[in-house]
Design a protein around this ligand. Structure first.
Ligand code: SF4
Length: 432
């Protein structure tokens, strides 16, 4: 039997969100600045992954070459994960270099690779054509391989706990830059770079099975390119990677019009709302975009996603000690979710790392249990998720910030940031 929330919360303080080691940019009215427009608009040269198969064929013909070369190139890229002309022996030797130069310009340069969890987790730091840095994290689980991808360089959502948002939005990533993260991860897996050999032999049959858009950036703020990248992931080979849309999770802090647009898109991706607080009083401070679309509007949009697609949605909730983990908030969240209907949602509380001295630290175990039990008892399926990559860094975006530091770039992120960014923790696999 659960205690009443007043008793469970007795003596608990209310910690308010605030940045640590950096100052949140604010607008003239003193509210955290939201940045939807990208200051740097230059995109990389068009890559075949930006195009549909017929668009690729048209471009190859423009180069004066037969259209079917597009299909061959696409097979090399999406099935064999290679952009190396030397390996494309089915193409005429005299045309390979030109085809690759025109259709597959280099997109991601690997800057750093960090491995943990006995080789089952790899975090990549990539440099884009214009020097911007982004990350992706590859995780092997029993029966599946998950890649957490970035969708923007930086982020304009200005969440006070997040390393990625500290320098604002640099630019949207292109469709092909998003897709290339998957292709490069597949290349690493195929070469045996992720963990030990499987019992049934080599790695050839293995590839990324699940995608989570929880790396750098707010995916729905880069809507068009993110959706095009999802299509490319789902398109059967050789047009794309032939992945299952259900195994692709698109997550957002709550850009309501874009959630509704996604619901009407007709691609059955898994949808995740990073809520982190059911009450506007706290969420206004924790997730600045809440000043634009309130918690109830975001929950309505998530519910609409379920109604439109029939896909059960995930609510992400990072449990932060004495900030959002009170029993009354679990009850309020359950009430708001149940008010919309039953069976449409599950909640994923995300455990933070313990970060001594920081306000962004993990909830006590008994508080975590109480929070989860209250939701479950109210009929909301709630599962604490496993975390990965804890030894690699504390927060998504931190590696990119360190990369900046190495190169003496301006505007580096100062140490002492949050233990883990609740908005988009790369170490969380939502697929359960
Ligand atoms: S938590 Fe997500 S939405 Fe918020 S600033 Fe970081 S990357 Fe952007």
């Amino acid at each position: 039997m659960l205690s009443n929330p007043a008793a469970a919360d007795e003596g608990r303080p209310q910690v308010r969100p605030q940045t640590e080691g950096w100052t949140q940019p604010t607008s003239d009215d003193g509210r955290p600045l939201l940045q939807f427009k990208q200051p740097r608009v230059a995109q990389p040269k068009t890559h075949l992954a930006d195009l549909t198969l017929s668009e690729r064929a048209a471009k190859v013909k423009e180069l004066g070459l037969p259209g079917f070369r597009a299909k061959q190139l696409s097979t090399h890229y999406f099935t064999h994960f290679t952009s190396d002309p030397e390996k494309m022996t089915d193409l005429p030797a005299g045309q390979r270099e030109q085809l690759v130069a025109e259709m597959m310009p280099p997109l991601l340069t690997e800057v750093r690779r960090l491995t943990t969890d006995n080789g089952d987790t790899i975090k990549f730091l990539w440099r884009l054509f214009d020097g911007a840095l982004v990350e992706s994290v590859l995780m092997r689980y029993p029966g599946r391989v998950t890649l957490c991808v970035s969708s923007q360089a930086g982020c304009g959502m200005n969440c006070p706990f997040c390393a990625t948002g500290q320098n604002g939005l640099t630019r949207n990533m292109s469709t092909a830059e998003i897709v290339e993260q998957v292709v490069r991860a597949n290349e690493v897996i195929a070469s045996g770079g992720l963990g030990g050999l499987r019992r049934d032999g080599g790695h050839n049959a293995e590839r990324v099975t699940n995608i989570v858009f929880m790396g750098m950036g707010e995916p729905l703020a880069n809507y068009k390119r993110v959706i095009a990248s999802v299509r490319r992931m789902v398109d059967p080979a050789p047009e794309g990677l032939g992945m299952s849309a259900r195994h692709i999770t698109v997550s957002t802090v709550g850009l309501v019009p874009a959630i509704n647009r996604l619901a009407a898109e007709g691609i059955p991706v898994t949808f995740a709302l990073s809520l982190h607080a059911p009450d506007d009083e706290l969420r206004d401070e924790l997730i600045p975009v809440n000043s634009r679309w309130k918690a109830d509007e975001a929950i309505d949009a998530a519910y609409n996603y379920f109604v439109q697609t029939g896909r059960r949605v995930s609510i992400e909730y990072a449990l932060i000690k004495d900030m959002n983990d009170h029993a009354w908030r679990a009850d309020l969240l359950a009430k708001k979710l149940n008010a919309r209907g039953r069976g449409w949602v599950h909640v994923n509380p995300i455990p933070l790392n313990p970060t001594p001295g920081s306000i962004w630290t993990s909830s006590e175990p008994d508080v975590t249990d109480e929070f989860i039990n209250r939701l479950n008892d109210a009929g909301i399926p709630t599962t604490l998720r496993d975390t990965r990559g804890k030894e690699i860094d504390g927060a998504c975006g931190q590696l990119a910030a360190e990369g900046d530091e190495d190169e003496g770039a301006e505007g580096t992120v100062t140490a002492g940031g949050p233990g883990r960014r609740p908005g988009a923790s790369e170490s969380i696999d939502l697929r359960g």
